[in-house]
Design a protein around this ligand. Structure first.
Ligand code: A3D
Length: 320
């Protein structure tokens, strides 16, 4: 059987890391696409040259032509610009919307059967626009954010409780932004919900609240330290987890920006929700029940996402 084909649209910090991880995990042959000449070719060659020592079999190539992504099984989109210190994700809207148009049309024309994972910010609005421009089925287009946000939450919790990150589960809902909703009631250490751990005296409510806020600010914390761009190791790892779930039909339960029409009281929009990812793409949206407070936080996150989608429609009339 031929190896799967993975197209990475955008060969910057995240794109290069995605290519390296896909090669090491032998997920398939990788095509790096970028408008910047030499960068995708250089990164592809550099990673290919790590193959003999690492011991993987995967073909790596770089291109400026959409024809080379033909027949891709997975497309991961990072094309666009990242944040600089002081910028919010939403400040990127105008520039990255134009990028989504060209990328969406490229995927539509050359890789219409792919499972598409968008990473470009502002995430929830960009994945919506990318789906509109590409015309692919909704279940085959999703956005990576929840896996990263919950990984950050898990990391901070594991540090606080001094336990293995493997024994910490975390649940984050809503848009990828300041209004994201880390749900403590559904987050656990070895199955024990966080509010119970507070009652057991393992931590305090104040410390837990601070961890929730640090999770919300997780992206900005890294931008502030790097100064020249945004996080790329953990975002790439998170998207690879989603791609692997699709390629290996793993039926993983992962939070991601998916198209929700009916579940969680939503009508036809992209936002962060728990999903099942398998060979069919987004195979299921898990329709969880929220408390009044959780619902209020989720609603405000949904409104923030809707505001960005409306702003996209104001910029590009073909989206109305
Ligand atoms: P960067 O290293 O700048 O790479 C972006 C690449 O896109 C560059 O190589 C550009 O040349 C390329 N590019 C620009 N326009 C086009 C185009 N029209 N077609 C193809 N390629 C193009 O950025 P990065 O890799 O650090 O980040 C990429 C995106 O991911 C940014 O929008 C970030 O804000 C976003 N991001 C999202 C998360 C989430 O959790 C959702 C996390 C971190 C970064």
């Amino acid at each position: 059987m031929a190896r799967p084909k993975i197209a990475l649209i955008g060969a910057g910090q995240i794109g290069g890391t995605l290519a390296h991880l896909a090669a090491i995990k032998e997920l398939g042959d990788v095509v790096l696409f970028d408008i910047s000449e030499g960068i995708p070719e250089g990164k592809a060659l550099d990673i290919a040259e790590s193959g003999p020592a690492e011991g993987f079999d995967a073909r790596m190539s770089g291109t400026q032509s959409y024809e080379d992504i033909a027949g891709a099984d997975v497309c991961i989109v990072t094309a666009g610009v990242p944040r600089k210190p002081g910028m919010s994700r939403d400040d990127l809207l105008g520039i990255n919307l134009k990028v989504m148009k060209s990328v969406g049309e490229g995927i539509r024309d050359h890789a219409p059967n792919a499972f598409v994972i968008c990473i470009t910010n502002p995430l929830d609005a960009m994945v919506w626009a990318l789906r509109e421009f590409s015309g692919l089925p909704h279940e085959k287009v999703c956005g990576m954010a929840g896996v990263l946000d919950s990984a950050r939450f898990r990391h901070f919790l594991a540090e606080e409780f001094q336990v293995s990150m493997r024994d910490v589960t975390a649940f984050v809902l809503g848009g990828h932004g300041d209004t994201m909703v880390p749900l403590t009631r559904y987050s656990t250490v070895a199955g024990i919900p966080l509010p119970d751990l507070v009652k057991m005296g393992w931590t305090t409510q104040e410390k837990l609240d601070a961890i929730v806020q640090r999770t919300r600010d997780g992206g900005a914390e890294i931008v502030g330290l790097l100064k020249t761009g945004s996080a790329f190791y953990a975002p790439a790892t998170s998207a690879i987890e989603m791609a692997e779930a699709f390629l290996k039909d793993q039926k993983r339960v992962l939070p991601c920006a998916a198209y929700v029409d009916g579940a969680l009281g939503l009508k036809g929009m992209y936002v962060g929700v728990p999903t099942v990812i398998g060979a069919g793409g987004i195979e299921k949206i898990i329709d969880i029940k929220m408390t009044k407070d959780e619902q209020a936080m989720f609603d405000s996150s949904v409104n923030a996402v809707q505001g960005l989608v409306d702003a996209c429609k104001g910029i590009d009339s073909s989206l109305v």
